[in-house]
Design a protein around this ligand. Structure first.
Ligand code: ATP
Ligand code: MG
Ligand code: FE
Length: 342
């Protein structure tokens, strides 16, 4: 079955074609980052308007890439939620309308299920059941994954998501938006051990996270540095970035290890934008090696938002016979545990 996937939940228009037999056929992405940069974050109204202009040209682009005609598309999948309501509305309306016009089935996909299943697009995909760490701009969650739609939340952030903390720290260091990759790049030049940041919530039981304290700690460190030296140099910035990144990675690794031990699972899957982080991948690789477990993740471009993960997740649900009424009903808030198993 050839499925067209449409992702428009935030500031990336992602379109892809996935074939249940041949795998991923084509994938195209338009990122609105430049447009939002001057505002320091995503402006929802601008995001929706831009998605409207991008979706159809990108669909033409993936058809060209794959050498297919629109008649070859056998089903559609769009991101139904969670995300920005206006942005979701664009993908839902276009997806539903095209499916109706073309007379093919269509399903709405949960954005985080998309992220979670993205590593399935790689070689040596994980096998159910596994432990998943979802680390993105809006989520930090540990999930027991029994199968598609079988998600049990084991722990989550009580405040900021990990990606959000990266973005806020980037803003404090004048690195711009989105901050994750920029903080990470700067941290390469940082002196290890110069600053020691806390590992939040590691001193108490449970699998929840908290990242907002790290943000305050970063702000205080910058202020103290300025006060003591009357200056905040490029090296200082790199050292702060390094200490922040190490604290996040250590904290995530600590909780993942605890979750592996508590569940007895031997496979860890990481997904979402922060799973592209090199130091996180390395930190988790060495943790799982000691636990005699394995680590799986998607290629960097499928860690952040993309159409391929939506086409893949939608394809699995369509193959399992999931069908939906013709209504357009995006869900900006949508807990993943509410999904049906297939
Ligand atoms: P959600 O998926 O929760 O709705 P989102 O779609 O905005 O949120 P993603 O697209 O999955 O999030 O990821 C974007 C986030 O990932 C941003 O916060 C960004 O800073 C972070 N990120 C991307 N690359 C890296 C990296 N190399 N290191 C750290 N963080 C990163
Ligand atoms: Mg994004
Ligand atoms: Fe996302």
């Amino acid at each position: 079955m050839v499925v067209l996937g449409i992702e428009t939940s935030c500031d990336e228009t992602g379109i892809a074609l996935y074939d249940s037999e041949k795998g991923l056929l084509a994938d195209a992405l338009y990122s609105q980052i430049e447009m939002h940069t001057e505002y320091g974050g995503v402006v929802p109204e601008l995001a929706s308007r831009d998605h409207i202009q991008r979706v159809l040209p990108l669909i033409k682009e993936v058809l060209d890439q794959a050498g297919l005609q629109r008649e070859d598309i056998e089903a559609l999948a769009y991101t139904k939620g969670p995300g920005l309501i206006g942005a979701l509305m664009v993908g839902a309306c276009i997806g539903r309308s095209l499916a109706w016009a073309w007379g093919v089935p269509c399903v709405g996909v949960h954005h985080m299920e998309g992220h979670l299943l993205a590593p399935m697009l790689e070689e040596n995909p994980p096998q159910f059941p596994f432990l998943a760490l979802l680390v993105s701009g809006g989520h930090t969650q540990l999930v027991h994954v029994g199968g598609i739609g079988q998600y049990r939340l084991l722990g989550e952030s009580v405040d900021d998501a990990a990606g959000e903390a990266f973005d806020k720290v980037a803003a404090m260091l004048d690195l711009g938006y989105p901050g994750g990759p920029k903080v990470s790049r700067l941290a390469e030049q940082g002196t290890p051990g110069r600053f020691r940041f806390p590992r939040p919530m590691c001193d108490r039981p449970g699998l929840d996270f908290s990242f907002s304290g790290l943000k305050t700690f970063t702000l205080n460190t910058v202020a103290k540095c300025r006060e003591e030296r009357g200056d905040f140099t490029d090296q200082d910035r790199a050292d702060v970035a390094r200490a922040f990144e190490e604290a996040v990675v250590d904290t995530l690794a600590f909780k993942c290890r605890r979750a592996l031990r508590e569940t007895g699972l031997k496979q860890l899957v990481i997904a979402g934008g922060v799973s592209a982080n090199r130091r996180l991948r390395e930190g988790l690789e060495s943790m799982v090696a000691k636990e005699k477990a394995t680590l799986r993740y998607a290629r960097p471009e499928f860690c952040t938002d993309n159409g391929a993960m939506i086409a893949y997740a939608g394809c699995q649900r369509l193959l399992a016979g999931q069908l939906e009424p013709l209504e357009v009903a995006p869900q900006p808030r949508w807990p993943m545990e509410e999904l049906d198993a297939v």
